[in-house]
Design a protein. Structure first.
Length: 80
């Protein structure tokens, strides 16, 4: 079962809007393709936390309880 999962590949279509007719396919292993959404969500979460730290450092206080509260540089509540 592991061998089958390792050998299955999916193809991602590549095209460019500026170059008409230029298209291709990029093969990627199925196991890596299933991890991409989790990697992208974690990157988005890290960017939101980074923005919160910048706002907290610049303003010296949390903008509101919805955006978040920080304690020693770590988010303790809210969106951030």
């Amino acid at each position: 079962m592991v061998f089958y999962a390792e050998s299955v590949r999916t193809e991602i279509s590549l095209s460019n809007a500026r170059v008409k007719g230029a298209c291709g396919r990029f093969p990627i292993k199925l196991i890596y393709a299933s991890m991409l959404p989790m990697i992208l969500v974690r990157a988005l979460q890290a960017n939101i936390q980074f923005l919160g730290r910048i706002l907290d450092a610049q303003l010296g206080y949390s903008m509101s309880a919805l955006l978040g509260t920080y304690s020693s540089g770590q988010p303790t509540g809210g969106l951030f």
